[in-house]
Design a protein around this ligand. Sequence first.
Ligand code: FAD
Length: 469
Amino acid sequence: MASYDFDLFTLGAGSGGVSGSRRAASYGATVGICEDSRVGGTCVIRGCVPKKLLVYGAHFAEDFADAAGYGWTVGETKFDWPTLIANKNRETDRLNGIYKKLLSDSGVKLYEKRGKIIDPHTVEVGGERFTTRRILIATGARPVAPEIPGIEHVISSNEALDLPELPKRIAIVGGGYIAVEFAGIFAALGSEVTQVIRGEKVLRGFDEDARDALTEALVRHGIQIRNHTEIARIDKGPGGLTLMPESGTPIEADVVLYATGREPNTRARASLYRANTEGIGLENVGIATDKFGAIPVDEWSQTSVPSIYAVGDVTNRLNLTPVAIAEARALAETLFNDNPTSFDPTDVPTAVFSQPPVATVGLTEAEARVTVGAVDIYRSRFRPMKHTLTGREERTMMKLVVDRATDRVLGCHIVGADAPEIIQGLAIALKCGATKKQFDQTVGIHPTAAEEFVTMRDKLPDPVAKAAE
Ligand code: FAD
């Protein structure tokens, strides 16, 4: 049998790469990993973690204002953006150190250099070549923006997390989850926020009721939404940046953030608004990417080359940290623990940390109608109890999508405070195949918003029946 320097060599030490490498090493594999930026990857360094810390920071503005309704007199408050950023950086530095220690404690050899595939059993890392029985590609994704004139003046989510000062006016282009999260952060902290979207409302792909509820909430939170707008050009002048739409009035801003999508880190791209990014050597082994640059894999995360595997955002399946981790761990189980495991992508819960947050698990109403046909819809919209005393115009929306034939709950959707915390438990119920009857038999916790999920009794009329009225 051929002998190799490593049993597994991983490109990219983010969520997937670190967890898969550690799990493989725990089963006795010799594992090497390389990282060309910072160990921890997108989630820890420039994604979930720093973003959530900023969301926490932003919430205080509302909390101070709401305190008055509960009898508090809050003295003068003052916010200092550089302090928040410095403290956030201290935390990401700490996590970066923890991730490195986790790797070394597991016996994984870390190379803090860029890696490239040379052949099905060889990688090159910072000029040095290693042979390896198997290769795991876990190189994640990077922000992309359209190649319009003036795009060099904009920032991506990477830079938004490290701006030297809080912008007075920020334009955020995009309607996806990253865009609405940053819109919420900057608006709460006092920036004038304009969000530019192509369609009618934010969060394409989410349940329509959730999209409506969040789009309305963003407006209530002072965010100006410019819908049906395509930006043709960005001009820089002495007074700041001007976004020139294809039609309609220009938008003035001090900072323009593009959150219009991410593409897998696979191929070289010279024409991004960022510096050149080299490829990872897929051409050396004949792995073809799809039109988004993603690496096609089977349910075992295996590519078209038998010794090469890929997990996480680079495969563009479900681009979430817990999914990258689960895919990577399943792979390590399969390859190194004689325990064939594939990740089940159904009923994956997900949250958007907008203000208010959105959380969802299972099918949207539209998806369910296509998948099973007849569905029963239960929906509740109410004013959260907390705001009866604050006077704040806030609404919560909760919705259940139920298969009429089997009574199985197919989807749960929430827009409102604590949505991400509530949905996790509901995801377990869906994974267990819970029926609406079992939801109804569950005793609620009073007084909470979550109890609404076990007390919704009235179905909405069918759309056809409604149209016939
Ligand atoms: P990554 O974590 O991106 O890791 C890939 C690593 O590979 C990177 O460190 C990169 O530097 C390195 N690399 C790339 N090329 C090479 C090379 N040639 N050689 C060596 N190293 C290389 N997900 C959630 O679940 N919840 C959230 O709240 C959430 N919020 C997010 C907020 C933002 C702003 C962003 C951008 C993403 C967010 N995500 C969130 C998505 C989440 O971060 C990703 O799904 C997750 O990090 C994917 O893990 P990964 O291992 O595939 O890639």
